[in-house]
Write a protein that binds this ligand. Structure first.
Ligand code: ADP
Ligand code: MG
Length: 325
């Protein structure tokens, strides 16, 4: 077995498994899937580029996990059940150690979530991982960004901000004496909230996954739905790592950090109990952090009910690849 396998040996060794649900998997010109009759198909793609989304030298096993996790997170935010994925991979060189670790991380998550790799593309180039994930959702039950309604409560899963805290440490923006593998994992091994997304079908109105920062992503929901929101900043769950940080850093991480892959969703006030039952069924913590208003705009309130200045809110507006650093 070669240390530098060619394209087809590489695909056969690292990315070919017997299909379970698919009619035809890796190896032909296209895969054949057998969709469940009556279901809608949810399709999404997300790309990770070296130097942009991950540091050169990142643990390839973690990268395999994360490349899939960010796509499963998008399906979760639609309330879709993942079924299949395609992997487009550009690599500067064929390195069997890197490939073995990468595929181990990818397949571990794929098997845990019962989603199968059915095809892809492999080429030489700057290290780039692009996954297309496919899922299913009953017609009319997808959790869309344009479905928030005035009076809805705003909820978030987990505790956002740790990924940004870890990134700041690795980039040298700040130094955390207590930086450890658990905090690194919050950046490199996010947990896609698939079970929660499924449990929220028929309960939540709108949903989005927090990939570019809580405020920015909430802003997408507000614009799509034609509504505004009031956010109780102090109601956002705070991890122990963030609780130990200075207030400005903590809030910047929680409100404008990216890479959380938590679900941000809205649900009618009357669904409060149903949301808590969905969260319990999915074994995923959720917290109510605000409400949707008929008036446009986003207002941030602290624990004393004081509003933040608009300029501060705008400054925390989220990540844009063509505008932010
Ligand atoms: P084609 O030239 O017809 O596009 P390829 O030679 O690119 O086919 O790929 C051969 C087979 O391997 C196809 O079934 C394709 O879907 C699959 N494949 C290629 N790269 C990957 C990959 N990284 N992961 C999974 N399947 C792959
Ligand atoms: Mg091809």
């Amino acid at each position: 077995m070669s240390k530098h396998p060619g394209e087809f040996e590489l695909i056969a060794r690292f990315f070919t498994r017997a299909p379970s649900r698919a009619v035809l998997g890796v190896g032909d010109d296209a895969a054949l899937l057998a969709p469940t009759p009556g279901m809608q198909c949810a399709v999404t793609a997300d790309m990770l580029v070296e130097g942009r989304h991950f540091f050169a030298g990142t643990d390839p096993e973690a990268l395999g996990h994360k490349a899939l996790a960010v796509n499963l997170s998008d399906l979760a935010a639609m309330g879709a059940r993942p079924t299949a994925l395609l992997l487009a991979l550009a690599l500067p060189e064929s390195d069997s150690d890197w490939l073995a670790a990468f595929s181990r991380g990818l397949f571990a998550l794929a098997e845990a979530r019962d989603v199968e790799l059915v095809g892809g593309d492999t080429t030489r180039g700057p290290r780039t991982i692009s996954i297309t994930a496919i899922g299913e959702v009953p017609p009319g039950q997808a959790l869309r960004r344009d479905a928030a309604r005035a009076g809805d409560a705003v909820w978030v899963s987990g505790s956002p901000g740790d990924a940004r805290l870890a990134l700041g440490h690795l980039r040298g923006e700040w130094r955390l004496p207590e930086f450890d593998s658990a905090l690194r994992a919050r950046l490199e091994r996010p947990t896609p909230r698939v079970a929660l997304g499924l449990a929220l079908r028929g309960v939540a109105n709108a949903a989005i996954d927090v990939s570019d920062g809580l405020l920015g992503d909430l802003g997408h929901v507000l614009r799509a739905s034609g509504v505004g929101a009031e956010l109780q900043v102090d109601a956002i769950p705070t991890s122990a790592a963030l609780a130990a940080q200075p207030t400005l850093r903590r809030r910047t991480c929680q409100l404008a950090g990216g890479d959380d892959y938590e679900l941000l969703f809205t649900a009618p006030q009357s669904a409060h109990g149903a949301v808590l039952r969905a969260a319990a069924a999915a074994a995923t913590p959720v917290a109510r952090i605000g409400s949707i208003t008929a008036a446009a705009g986003l207002r941030l309130l602290d624990a004393t009910g004081n509003a933040w200045p608009d300029a501060d809110v705008d400054a925390l507006g989220g990540f844009d690849h063509f505008r932010s650093r």
